[in-house]
Design a protein around this ligand. Sequence first.
Ligand SMILES: *[C@@H]1O[C@H](CO)[C@@H](O)[C@H](O)[C@H]1NC(C)=O
Ligand SMILES: *[C@@H]1O[C@H](CO)[C@@H](O)[C@H](O)[C@H]1NC(C)=O
Ligand SMILES: *[C@@H]1O[C@H](CO)[C@@H](O)[C@H](O)[C@H]1NC(C)=O
Ligand SMILES: *[C@@H]1O[C@H](CO)[C@@H](O)[C@H](O)[C@H]1NC(C)=O
Ligand SMILES: *[C@@H]1O[C@H](CO)[C@@H](O)[C@H](O)[C@H]1NC(C)=O
Length: 310
Amino acid sequence: MAKRTAGWGSLPWLLFLVLVLVSRSKTLTAGFLQVEMAGKTQMVFLNKNATVFCKIPDSPHLNIRHMGVTWFWKSRGSETEVKVFEFFGNHKMAFRPGAGVSPWRLERGDASLQLPAVQLGEAGEYRCELVVTPQKAQGRVQLEVVAHPVSSVFQERDPVRGSEDRRILCKSSGFYPDKINITWTKWPQKDSQDQEVSEGIVTGPTIKNEDGTYNVTSYLRLKPSLEDNMTVYQCVVWHPSLLTRQSFNFTLTLMGSEKKAGLQSIIQSCLESILIILIRFFSFLAVSIGYGSSQATGVTPAAAVTMPDP
Ligand SMILES: *[C@@H]1O[C@H](CO)[C@@H](O)[C@H](O)[C@H]1NC(C)=O
Ligand SMILES: *[C@@H]1O[C@H](CO)[C@@H](O)[C@H](O)[C@H]1NC(C)=O
Ligand SMILES: *[C@@H]1O[C@H](CO)[C@@H](O)[C@H](O)[C@H]1NC(C)=O
Ligand SMILES: *[C@@H]1O[C@H](CO)[C@@H](O)[C@H](O)[C@H]1NC(C)=O
Ligand SMILES: *[C@@H]1O[C@H](CO)[C@@H](O)[C@H](O)[C@H]1NC(C)=O
């Protein structure tokens, strides 16, 4: 009798135990606690402070005493994972100088990794392992470190005068990876349609810099005639690190003949000298008169004298 009562009495307890076990195992399955990365790949810029994302979506406020986060890195083509950063309890360790996870962000479910001044060699797979006791979640992302090109367009120094060959240069430097596309277009007149330039283009070899970035120069060889005066040549640069294409304008200006230009400059400098002499003479006159009148009106002579002095 007593035995039976005990049996019936323990049934609710059994049910409770089963429920607890079920719910507990549920929370332990991967997928209950989830982290979000910035997609499959994330692009960051060389030498900038990178943030590798790893967040619990819609996270409530968490107690970081019950949390742990470990970040791992695997370089491209490597099989071995390296620990970058770990945090749990009172323990915090950065295996890469400056690597870190902000505690106040962690409280909001954001375990994103900070990598100050990220380098090209730090690209690869990053794995974020997050524990919110008793749950655990992880996420992976491919980190791509890129550098955008700095470009400029200019004419080769000391161009041959007249209508002989000229070279316009479009130089892009400091970019990574080496995949780049430089094209040329031109506007023969203002408000006219742009035309793709396909002839006379030579894009030089891609040169590697010490820091691993690349440089390249595209040359556009021209045989300009008079009607090419004031034509706008545009160099268009595309690189994976850029959101849009970048364009750089160069306006071709043809000078008149050298003889005319020489004569013009001589006349100009003669006129300029004469003008300067005249200005000096008149200002001298003005000072003398001013000095006389200031004495008469009682203004301090020192102020009047020092005024025209530069
Ligand atoms: C990058 O991080 C470093 C150290 O963590 C800091 O001193 C610097 O101001 C940061 N730079 C930028 C642009 O946020
Ligand atoms: C470079 O740009 C030209 C013109 O837009 C395009 O036809 C070509 O496919 C591009 N090449 C690469 C490698 O992106
Ligand atoms: C690449 O271009 C930069 C900027 O113009 C220059 O300082 C650097 O010397 C160039 N690198 C090489 C290898 O020529
Ligand atoms: C380049 O020149 C074209 C044609 O004159 C003009 O439409 C465009 O706005 C110019 N772009 C820049 C960046 O100056
Ligand atoms: C080219 O155009 C500029 C501006 O209109 C003008 O000053 C210059 O004389 C022109 N050159 C020639 C060779 O006609």
